[in-house]
Design a protein around this ligand. Structure first.
Ligand code: ARG
Length: 457
């Protein structure tokens, strides 16, 4: 099979060698972007007088017909033409004859592939940003329902202080807000045009890079042709931002998994987001949350894969760079899928508010309340801490909790303790009174929800 670039070759490679070098099996994902880029390029070639108006029209017609076929899934690609760029060029020539060969004037596959990737990632990142917002809306909705639901707050996975469940959910809202901000910011760098950089050095033809950039909706052009064809920072950024996003989803998954266990029973996942066991009939497994936690690993892998791929490459294009694609496609699919699944899982899960409430009454997570109570009456906090620590020990020995202690016992520990302590030790009070900015107090949580709603409307 004669290659489109076969002029200086006398021998052809065997098929197994060709197929090792080919990227068509995966870069056909870029078919629409490649056609879009070519359409802009050919319009510019015509406008700059590099090809005639008639040739421009014929090539545009051919590209439009390829586009229509691509939309219907009617294009078939072959390993013989290596990648999406050469496959489309071959199909174009088949469609309109030798004039199709003029499309590649003043262009190289190096600036072409970079252009495709920028277009692809811009579209995908915009979609991911919208998907994050959908998820954030669900988080706000669930948080709003549970502003006054009390749940143990943990440090070291030990019960620490009671908190509002809404506050807990909103913590993830703000993580996702930062994830979204990072992606929005990265669009500045993704949405730049490398087209017209040629193979590496620019071109002798009188092209107009600003025209193609504008036609493709880019905000500007790469300033340096070598940089334009060899930069993959924009993908590295995306993969690393995605890793942080997945890390957040994975932590949240871990909590969903713990909370739905028999040991916690805080939530129950909807049947549609759970699976059974093939051997144990009683099982209902949180598979979707486990998968999101698991898929986080491959997203990290894709990020580190690209960073490693790039670290030793001299300027400008190197064939190694063909390996930048599958990890990017995989991360896009994984991030979009994980966000959508998590959204559905969260929207449909049942919250066992009574189990949560029971939990906060059966622990020592109100111990800080007692220490704060004494500190507010003038006892140095360190001494108050000691007094309460002893009371907790006393309770453990007696098999009871702080609220069960008679006033006499409390007074023995400190005469400053009055009858009002029983109100202060209630978990609801503990939460209500944590009214510092960003704290778990009900008014703070409601205000945060308001602010969040403003942000994403
Ligand atoms: N399939 C190639 C890639 O994805 C396209 C660029 C090829 N350029 C070249 N000079 N061989 O990287």
């Amino acid at each position: 099979m004669k290659k489109l670039w076969g002029g200086r070759f006398t021998k052809t490679a065997e098929e197994w060698i060709d197929s090792f070098g080919a990227s068509i099996s995966f870069d056909q994902e870029l078919v629409m972007e490649d056609i879009e880029g070519s359409l802009a390029h050919v319009k510019m070639l015509g406008a700059c007088g590099i090809i005639s108006k008639e040739e421009e029209e014929v090539i545009k017609g051919g590209l439009s017909s390829l586009k229509a076929k691509a939309e219907k899934g009617e294009l078939s690609f072959s390993v013989d033409y290596e990648d999406i760029h050469l496959n489309l060029e071959k199909l174009l020539i088949d469609e309109i004859g030798p004039v199709g060969g003029k499309l590649h004037t003043a262009r190289s596959r190096n600036d072409q592939v970079a252009t495709d990737m920028h277009l692809y990632l811009r579209n995908q990142v915009e979609e991911i940003i919208m998907t994050i917002e959908e998820f954030q809306k669900t988080l706000i909705g669930v948080a709003e329902k549970h502003v006054e639901t009390i749940v143990p707050g943990y440090t070291h996975l030990q019960r620490a202080q009671p908190i509002s469940l809404g506050h807990h959910f909103m913590a993830y809202f703000w993580m996702l807000e930062r994830d979204k901000e990072r992606l929005v910011d990265s669009l500045k760098r993704i949405n730049l045009s490398p087209l017209g950089a040629g193979a590496l050095a620019g071109t002798t033809f009188p092209i107009d890079r600003h025209m193609t950039a504008e036609l493709l909706g880019f905000d500007g052009i790469y300033e340096n042709s070598l940089d334009a064809v060899s930069d993959r920072d924009f993908i590295a950024e995306f993969l690393n931002h995605s890793s942080i996003l997945m890390m957040h989803l994975s932590r949240f998954s871990e909590e969903i998994i713990l909370w739905s266990s028999q040991e916690y029973r805080f939530i129950e996942l909807d049947d549609t987001f759970s699976t059974g066991s093939s051997i144990m009939p009683q099982k209902k497994n949180p598979d979707m949350a486990e998968l999101i936690r698991g898929k986080t690993g491959r997203v990290y892998g894709n990020a580190i894969g690209l960073m490693t791929l790039l670290k030793g490459l001299p300027l400008a294009y190197n064939k190694d760079m063909q390996e930048d694609k599958e990890g990017m496609f995989d991360t896009v699919t994984t991030v979009k899928g994980s966000l959508k699944i998590f959204n559905g899982m969260l929207a449909t899960m049942k919250v066992n508010t009574s189990v949560m409430k029971e939990a906060v009454y059966q622990d020592f997570s109100n111990a800080t309340e007692l220490a704060d109570y004494l500190a507010a009456k003038g006892i140095p906090f360190r001494e108050a801490h000691e007094i309460v620590g002893k009371l907790v020990l006393h309770c453990i020995q007696q098999g009871c909790y702080l609220l069960d202690l008679p006033l006499a016992v409390l007074k023995e520990a400190s005469p400053l303790i009055e009858d009002d302590i029983y109100e202060a030790l209630k978990p609801e009070e503990a939460v209500r009174r944590r009214n510092s900015a960003g704290g778990t107090g009900f008014t703070q949580v409601s205000a945060a929800i308001e602010k969040a709603r403003e942000l994403i409307k």
